[in-house]
Ligand binder design. Structure first.
Ligand SMILES: Cc1cc2nc3c(=O)[nH]c(=O)nc-3n(C[C@H](O)[C@H](O)[C@H](O)COP(=O)(O)OP(=O)(O)OC[C@H]3O[C@@H](n4cnc5c(N)ncnc54)[C@H](O)[C@@H]3O)c2cc1C
Length: 431
């Protein structure tokens, strides 16, 4: 896949995923004026899923992607499939009470079944591994938090698929010295770019027209919805904004509730001892505020994400930036060759809950706060349901609306950086 201008930053072209991507169709850029029932901005999993499900419900759909399909977060993430929302079960109960918390959790959990169904129905080859997701506790107090979380999942959410592990048991699954761990048995991992490309293939088969290299530069609502690019425009009854961290400008009310945070991943050379490093082949994240998350690729590489930057500029040497995080977690990997290093923008919200809803006929969903691999596909489906007349499930999510960042889009950066740096420092003091 050749590099293009829009969203080709943070070295996506050097990612392990691009190097191992399934052959992808090139979709021509939009030229001239077209009409549709629905125009979708963004060719990640949110936009593609909205497009697929709307087309399956009979709508004529045109999707505009500024760069290439999957070159946003959807095609460059850690590939960790983690059921639920970024805000954990305990946090949901604290914020919404047990009944509503359970309804939200149950709806979010549907994402897993939906993604598995899409993978099967559309025969998407994406290195799917349903081996579980393990959360490693880096301190005794974090382990107590995980125990409370597991108890809340079992008792309030009626969700028995988690197990607490002692330090010794955890080490049998991932060979790093945690204080103990929570194993989410229904988690797993996959090749996210190949999943996203498969979703695009499914959308096209359902009748969706995709235009790549078509940056939406303007959204008009009167006399009817019209989304314009440099060389054309789409007039439609409804619009979906699914640009996540990259959307910028089109709808300020949507932008002010998310904050893009740079996050970086490396892939080592294939490891002869991969099965000794993560014997359970699970997806792993730890309890650090600036989370480390990692897993093995299908060809036995360590794919390790760690370190965040709250400034717009990426580190000059991404591999050098992430390597210490990997080597602290796995001293046995010291000095291993790093063959790929890249980054992406995670969109976070003040509440760590997604921002989903609509202003009139302009719908949006974003801000999964680092837990969007499967949630994005569900959100897209909920948007399509609402657009075609059944808003009940979207409404459940849209009532979560997180507060805008203080200072709006201009000041959210500096103020947020101060807050995040404080948390990151607190994190360091724990160890
Ligand atoms: C480095 C990284 C690691 C992550 N790891 C995980 C993980 O392991 N597990 C997990 O659950 N989540 C993870 N996430 C989060 C997850 O990847 C995202 O939540 C999810 O992919 C968001 O999907 P999306 O479709 O909403 O956005 P995206 O995939 O970003 O898609 C948005 C698309 O819109 C396009 N676009 C934006 N503006 C315009 C415009 N004006 N015109 C046309 N097109 C436009 C962009 O080019 C982009 O392709 C990670 C994210 C990153 C960045």
């Amino acid at each position: 896949m050749a590099s293009t201008g829009f969203n080709s930053g943070l070295d996506i072209g050097k990612s392990y995923y691009v190097a191992t991507a399934a052959p992808a169709v090139v979709h021509p850029a939009l030229q001239g004026e077209v009409e549709a029932d629905l125009v979708v901005v963004g060719g990640g999993c949110t936009g593609l899923s909205a497009a697929l499900h709307a087309a399956e419900r009979g709508l004529k759909v045109v999707l505009l992607e500024g760069g290439r399909i999957g070159w946003g977060a959807s095609g460059r993430n850690g590939g960790q499939m983690i059921p639920g929302l970024r805000k954990g079960a305990k946090g949901l109960v604290r914020s919404f009470g047990p009944e509503r918390a359970k309804a939200l959790f149950d709806l979010a959990f549907e994402a897993r079944g939906l993604v598995l169904d899409i993978i099967e129905r559309h025969a998407i080859d994406c290195d799917l591994r349903l081996t579980g997701h393990l959360v490693g506790a880096v301190s005794a107090s974090d382990l107590r938090d995980l125990e409370e979380e597991a108890e809340c999942l079992a008792k309030v959410m009626n969700f028995p698929h988690v197990e607490m592990l002692s330090a010794g048991q955890a080490r049998g699954i991932v060979n790093s010295p945690y204080q103990g761990a929570m194993l989410e048995k229904l988690g797993g991992h996959m090749h996210p770019l190949n999943y996203t490309l498969g979703l695009a293939r499914a959308a096209v088969a359902a009748g969706v027209t995709i235009h790549e290299n078509s940056v939406a530069t303007r959204l008009d609502r009167e006399p009817s919805i019209r989304v314009s690019t440099a060389k054309g425009s789409v007039r439609a009854r409804h619009a979906v904004l699914a640009g996540d961290a990259l959307l910028k400008g089109l709808e300020p009310r949507v932008n002010s509730r998310i904050m893009p945070v740079g996050n970086y991943i490396i892939a080592t050379e294939p490891l002869a001892d991969a099965a000794e490093v993560i014997p359970g082949n699970v997806a792993v994240s730890d309890t650090r505020f600036v989370v480390n998350y990692f897993r093995l690729s299908a060809d036995g590489r360590m794919l390790f994400g760690g370190g965040e930057r709250y400034t717009p500029s990426p580190p000059a040497d991404i591999a050098g930036f992430v390597r210490p995080h990997m080597e602290n977690t796995f001293p046995q990997l010291r000095g291993r060759r790093i063959e790929h290093a890249w980054g992406g923008l995670v969109s976070v919200t003040t509440s760590r809950l997604p921002h989903v809803g609509h202003y009139g006929e302009v719908y949006f969903a974003h801000g999964y706060s680092g837990k969007g691999v499967i949630l994005s596909t569900l959100s897209g489906k909920l948007l399509a349901e609402a657009i075609t007349g059944d808003a009940a499930r979207l409404d459940l999510f849209s009532t979560l609306s997180p507060l805008p960042f203080p200072g709006g889009t201009a000041l959210r950066g500096p103020l947020y950086v101060l807050g995040m740096l404080w948390y990151a420092m607190r994190d360091r003091l724990k160890h």
